[in-house]
Design a protein around this ligand. Structure first.
Ligand SMILES: C[S@@+](CC[C@H](N)C(=O)[O-])C[C@H]1O[C@@H](n2cnc3c(N)ncnc32)[C@H](O)[C@@H]1O
Length: 251
């Protein structure tokens, strides 16, 4: 989908200034929320050990179905550069290896030091890992990546969640040369028990599709990107949306 009604450069400039000021105001709340998200995953890790359940997955065997959905239609070639936002235990690298698409450079970022340590034990150079909150100013790489992937990181509830998703999407597009791929939950059925605490900071939450669409249209306009949202009902109590954004090459 191409974003329509491109604003004039002046309007677009003002929009960006406004967004930047608004996001700057919210950053302390996002830093605090990051601590709550960290606690959420640390608690899971204590309960389940280094298993997929420590990543809030339901099954105890890790399959790559979510990655398959996320990467559908994206050409996977070796020797690209990848930023993995919320890398968890580094399962994206396993998936890329399975697809014979080992990246030339890879940076995995996560809030949870124990996950980062685990990845560092398991993978060596050229793969790098860093413990940081993606949205904070402290994470400010001076390089761009061919592909930015974030599976499962943007579903964590933080204060000012909608603005947070918008700010993450904007930052991912800014740091990407070409692809931004991530997932969001767009609908939940609380009655089945899993999603009773969607309003709790640190826990798993959702963003209705119309709001997601608005956020993507706005960000896509700024970067001349195209995007698609593919919704899948993988579990009976929620809808997962896989978002693929593509920047024009050379921009
Ligand atoms: C559901 S797990 C998924 C892990 C991995 N991407 C996978 O698919 O196996 C989400 C991960 O994102 C991390 N995360 C959430 N918000 C983050 C943020 N703002 N910056 C860095 N990591 C974040 C969490 O600590 C957690 O390890």
């Amino acid at each position: 989908m191409r974003a329509s009604n491109a604003p004039t450069p002046w309007v677009s400039f003002l929009q960006r200034q406004y967004d930047a000021a608004y996001y700057a105001m919210l950053r302390p709340a996002w830093a605090y929320s990051g601590l709550r998200v960290t606690r959420y995953y640390n608690d899971l890790l204590q309960t389940h050990g280094y298993t997929p359940q420590a990543l809030a997955e339901r099954a105890d065997d890790k399959d790559h179905d979510f990655y398959r959905h996320l990467f559908q239609g994206i050409p996977l070639v070796p020797n690209t550069s990848v930023l993995d936002v919320g890398c968890g235990m580094g399962h994206l690298l396993e998936f890329l290896r399975e697809c014979q698409a080992r990246p030339a450079t890879y940076l995995g970022l996560d809030l949870v030091q124990a996950f980062v340590n685990r990845c560092q034990q398991k993978y060596s150079a050229p793969y790098r890992f860093e413990c940081a909150n993606f949205i904070t100013r402290r994470f400010a790489p001076d390089e761009q990546y061919d592909m930015i992937v974030s599976l499962g990181a943007l579903v964590s509830r933080v204060l000012g969640y909608e603005a947070y998703v918008a700010a993450c999407v904007e930052k991912m597009l800014r740091l990407s040369r070409r692809y931004v791929l991530f997932n969001i939950i767009t609908e939940v059925d609380r009655s089945q028990g899993n999603y009773q605490q969607v309003d709790q900071v640190g826990g798993i939450t959702y963003l209705p599709r119309p709001r997601l669409q608005q956020i993507l249209e706005r960000a896509a306009r700024t970067y001349g990107a195209e995007f698609e949202i593919i919704e899948q009902r993988i579990y009976s109590d929620g809808t997962d949306a896989f978002v693929r954004m593509v920047k024009p090459s050379g921009k």
